[in-house]
Ligand binder design. Sequence first.
Ligand SMILES: O=C1O[C@H](COP(=O)(O)O)[C@@H](O)[C@H](O)[C@H]1O
Length: 247
Amino acid sequence: MSSSRQICVFPSPAELALSLSQLLVHESQGTCSFRLALSGGSLVQLLSRELPKTAGLNTAGWKVAFCDERLVPFSDPESTYGEYKRQLVPHGLLSESQFVTIDPALPVEEAAVDYTKKLRELFPDDGLPAFDLLILGIGPDGHTASLFPGHPLLQVTDKVVAPISDSPKPPPQRITLTLPVINAAKTVVFVATGEGKATILKRILQEEESDPLPAARVSPVRGKLLWFVDEPAARELTCPVEKHSVL
Ligand SMILES: O=C1O[C@H](COP(=O)(O)O)[C@@H](O)[C@H](O)[C@H]1O
């Protein structure tokens, strides 16, 4: 499994967010259907601040799913969908019906099965769902989506969506796309900002470990792999990177 990667370093989160929005314009233009999966955490604010201001964005054909989601009510500040909805729907950028949401009332195993069905409807062809674009974050421990270091979910190859009930980062119950689905995407972009991500970023991007961190296992089979990082997060990198003000 291999994909070439492009590491883009931006002076600040603001320039990174602008470039990420431009990437969304570029990747979605000219298609009547654009299937995107978003992560939660710091990405929500970063994207929500910039996206409503982005010129040339036509979201009419967008469907927005989640790389992972926390099993909490949508009204809970920990709900990734809840946060995007509060930030993006009032701007008229996306409507609630464009989001593919979990059913937070279900037990976590059933929520994963239910979300798998919803993704199967979004991707009616047999085989693995291949998102047009996935936007992933990383935790300071190297987790991505809700795939955590050393967790058995890293080995799951027979599911589209997996449940997790012992997430080391609260809340403990979540659902997550599995690695095969992440690696089937047409484009994957990682976003990492702040010096708190610098050490783990160096491990992910430069160190060949025998038991790779979850984020280091992301390598789209046929797609592109982009890293959008700001200067503080890139501080420890010594590998070749592209420095950008904006893309
Ligand atoms: O728990 C989660 O953490 C990661 C990273 O979040 P960040 O706040 O450190 O950027 C996030 O990508 C994932 O979607 C989320 O559920």
